[in-house]
Design a protein around this ligand. Structure first.
Ligand code: O7M
Length: 211
């Protein structure tokens, strides 16, 4: 089964709760990042807690180890179940995020390669592969890899083996759902669901990957 993760990048608290509630039966986790948290504050986590879905903090944490630790402690104290961190900052900084996550019985995922066109400028040429290796040695729970480049997911899979791969870039960014779903553990979808006239119906359509 491939999981469906809803990326809840809306700015309004009521809309966020209503979209999350209506989509809940069809999704496996909610990913929340700067757009929603900076608009509503961390209290949005309490508003979404009743849905009993894993909450993934997409703060792409990318600082020195001490600051990463402070950020991740705040993430898990707020009630998140997982955090997403950047790997390009190096093993000590990335490992700190993993350690804090595991101390809280949570998970940490490392961004190996991003999905937008400009990501190839720096992530290609061996960097994404090195970050994927770092994710393995840091005992991260998985990596983030681009749905817009399925061939890169396959390459990174060779490195991370059975670790989880979560993949954004389906739909609005052009990635093909069925192609990507066969390669990854979870597909991350935002606008195609929350901007739809009927988000629940769209989430249900995407949820065919869970069967
Ligand atoms: O489906 P979308 O394009 O509306 O949303 C995709 C979400 O995934 C959005 O929250 C992005 O910030 C995020 N994302 C990417 O689109 N590309 C990446 O390379 C990485 C992420 C991400 O989730 O990183 C953890």
């Amino acid at each position: 089964m491939t999981e469906l993760v809803l990326s809840l990048d809306v700015l309004d608290r009521k809309q966020a709760v209503s979209v999350a509630e209506s989509c809940a039966p069809f999704i496996d986790a909610l990913k929340i990042g700067y757009p929603l948290v900076l608009s509503t504050g961390l209290s949005i986590v309490e508003d979404l807690a009743d849905l009993a879905l894993p909450l993934i903090a997409d703060f792409k944490v990318a600082d020195i180890p001490n600051t990463n630790r402070l950020i991740c402690e705040a993430v898990f104290s707020a009630g998140f179940d997982a955090v997403i961190a950047h790997g390009f900052v190096g093993p000590d900084a990335a490992r700190t995020c993993v350690e804090v996550a595991h101390n809280h019985s949570g998970a940490a995922y490392i961004v190996a390669e991003m999905s937008h066109p400009g990501a190839t400028e720096f992530f290609h040429g061996g960097v994404a592969e090195s970050i994927a290796e770092l994710a393995v040695t840091c005992r991260a729970d998985g990596i983030i890899a681009p749905a817009t480049r399925p061939e890169r997911i396959s390459r990174l899979r060779e490195i991370v083996g059975s670790k989880a791969i979560y993949s954004p870039g389906v739909g609005a960014q052009g990635g093909d759902l069925d192609t990507v779903a066969r390669l990854v553990d979870g597909v991350i979808v935002g606008r195609s669901i929350y901007e739809a006239e009927n988000p629940a119906a769209e989430a249900e359509r995407f949820s065919r990957i869970r069967r």
